[in-house]
Design a protein around this ligand. Structure first.
Ligand SMILES: NC(=O)c1ccc[n+]([C@@H]2O[C@H](COP(=O)([O-])OP(=O)(O)OC[C@H]3O[C@@H](n4cnc5c(N)ncnc54)[C@H](O)[C@@H]3O)[C@@H](O)[C@H]2O)c1
Ligand SMILES: [Zn+2]
Length: 348
């Protein structure tokens, strides 16, 4: 197999990200040498077999945002203990962002931290969730409120896994890809899929290296499109009525696409960009096959309230916005401008 390698240069915490079809077959080569057991955290729907080359046991977690909970962490860690997983062993996640977030966080705290290797099987996980060490779970009070920075020992982005993804998941993931087109990867939407993933990984890696723990603010730019996306997800909490599939526009990547479309309009409202930049955003989203919408029945006041509570917002409404100096964090945006930009959005 021919794989592309992207290194995340973080000194002793540095690691390799391998991208391409069949990347999962490199697992045995990338687990730490000292590891004797591998706890494989995955979901039933993922259905991807991996071979860590050492004794391994599968730990299957449930599906959806609701499973990103402290209860799941407790169950996993108890399972690891019964399996006899030691500090020298390894956790292997095989799945999308839910699995890498939950499995990564369990690895970060089990025995005060064991190695983790992510085998990322969705676009969102490959270009975002599995890279950079952020992991964690939700509380009823909000998404991702409990977590850690825990860098993996390696990441395998197996693009073959994407073949098995439901169409909606695939397209949704392109919302995250589209974000990178505005963060330094012009023309990204026209590359072959493997190259798209590798390019996104390289951009994310560069941001992570510059600001590993999101202290200096640069890494915050990765949240382009995410302030509204998180509000949409929080408002619906990612699940449809009765635990069914999320309503249209509510999958993470779908919400990011909507967030990007909105961010361009908000930037225009604030006089930071002209119509051409808004059209650029719309074109990239369109070429990625995305049609950004506010979820049906979205309550604008509720969305604004959630955006005020965004953890990046220190005072008032804070967004990552395009402008004459490129994309940057903009604080103290007026509620009137936000509402006006929301009203410009295509309805669900
Ligand atoms: N830590 C970070 O930096 C970061 C970044 C972005 C997103 N996230 C988190 O990631 C989550 C979203 O991740 P996601 O979009 O990957 O969703 P997901 O993990 O829920 O996966 C989507 C669905 O696809 C299934 N699936 C996964 N791989 C498959 C495959 N190869 N074939 C068939 N089905 C497969 C899953 O079982 C699930 O049902 C959110 O919780 C978000 O907060 C974290
Ligand atoms: Zn995201």
């Amino acid at each position: 197999v021919s794989l592309q390698a992207v290194r995340v240069e973080l000194g002793e915490r540095g690691y390799e990200v391998l991208v391409g079809r069949g990347a999962r077959h490199r697992l045995a080569h990338v687990v730490p040498e000292r590891a004797r057991k591998a706890a494989v955290v995955t979901q039933a729907a993922v259905g991807l077999a991996v071979d860590a080359g050492i004794e391994q046991r599968r730990f299957v977690i449930g599906d959806g945002e609701g499973e990103k909970s402290l209860r799941t962490i407790e169950e996993l860690c108890r399972g690891f203990a019964r399996f006899g997983l030691s500090r020298d062993d390894v956790v292997v996640t095989v799945g999308g962002g839910v699995v890498t977030d939950v499995g990564g966080f369990a690895a970060s705290c089990y025995h005060r931290g064991v190695a983790v290797v992510h085998v990322a099987t969705t676009l969102v996980a490959q270009v975002d969730a599995a890279i950079g060490g952020k992991c964690g779970v939700n509380l009823p009070e909000g998404k991702n409120l409990v977590g850690a920075f825990w860098q993996p020992a390696a990441v395998l982005c197996d693009t073959e896994a994407l073949d098995g993804l439901p169409k909606r998941e695939r397209v949704s993931g392109l919302g995250e890809v589209a974000k990178y087109a505005f963060l330094g990867a012009e023309g990204l939407e026209r590359l072959p899929l493997d190259d798209q993933v590798a390019r996104c990984v390289a951009i994310k890696a560069a941001f992570v290296v510059e600001d590993e723990r999101e202290r200096r603010g640069r890494r915050a730019l990765l949240n382009y499109g995410h302030t509204l996306a998180h509000a949409i997800e929080a408002a619906s909490f990612g699940e449809g009525p009765g635990g069914g599939p999320p309503p249209p526009g509510c999958l993470h990547g779908e919400a990011v696409a909507t967030g990007l479309c909105f961010a361009a309009r908000l930037a225009r409202r604030l006089g930071r960009v002209g119509d051409d930049r808004v059209e650029d955003h719309d074109r990239v989203l369109r070429e990625c096959g995305l049609s950004p919408i506010l979820p049906p029945g979205a309550d604008l006041s509720e969305l604004v309230a959630f955006m005020r509570r965004d953890k990046k917002a220190r005072g008032g409404l804070t967004f990552v916005l395009d402008g004459p100096r490129g994309i940057e964090v903009v604080e103290g945006v007026s509620e009137a401008a936000v509402r006006a930009a929301l009203e410009e959005m295509p309805p669900g």
